[in-house]
Design a protein around this ligand. Structure first.
Ligand SMILES: [Zn+2]
Length: 201
């Protein structure tokens, strides 16, 4: 009976029809909140554009950059690791991981200096491995890309833009992100984040 219960718990997500995409948190989940409304998956932004990922925001400040660590949600190979736009436009410093089976994850608004030497295209990464930082407060470094610097200056609203999507497998890019995301199908990461203990605001 005990064995049966253990198996039932281990396979519970599929029994209830919820498709688990990943089992590792992309940030320190004790220090993170899912940003609702404009930060939600498929939220409609100004001009009618859809928000294809989810925003995860640090909810308390720390001078320790490990508070702002970004982790691979699943093992895979780095498909993209560069500035998307500039340090103050678009996604900023972005990493995409190819997890195989056409599944990719994307991490954006990363702190450039603190992140750029951690992983490069082609690197194998393990689930839960630190691949980037959202900020390095001791060095005065913040998130990159189109995020409000006035909001994040106290290091308590540092924001990760996180996406999961299906696309042609094995594609990398040293240029635009759309090379990888051509005809991609976005997946909702919200249920997995909630299962990992993320609360929303
Ligand atoms: Zn976002």
């Amino acid at each position: 009976m005990k064995l049966f219960i253990a198996i039932a718990v281990a396979t519970a997500p599929s029994l209830f029809g919820v498709n688990v995409i990943f089992r590792n948190a992309p940030t320190n989940n004790a220090n993170s909140l899912i940003r609702g409304e404009v930060g939600a998956y498929m939220a409609r932004r100004d001009g009618g554009k859809l928000h294809t990922g989810i925003d995860i925001v640090a909810n308390k400040s720390s001078m320790d950059k490990n508070t702002y660590a970004v982790y691979a949600v699943k093992s895979g190979r780095v498909a993209y690791a560069r500035l998307n736009g500039t340090e103050s436009t678009d996604y900023g410093y972005t990493i995409v991981i190819d997890h195989g089976d056409s599944l990719y994850s994307q991490y954006s608004h990363l702190a450039v200096k603190a992140s750029k030497d951690l992983v490069k295209i082609g690197d194998e990464v393990a689930a839960g491995q630190i691949i980037a930082y959202l900020a390095d407060p001791a060095k005065g470094e913040l998130s990159s890309g189109n995020v409000r610097k006035d909001v994040v200056k106290n290091y308590d609203k540092i924001q990760l833009h996180f996406e999961t999507f299906m696309a042609k497998p094995g594609v990398t890019s040293t240029g635009v992100l759309s090379t990888i995301k051509k005809d991609c199908r976005y997946l909702d990461p919200t249920p997995d984040l909630v299962a990992l203990g993320y609360a929303s605001f």
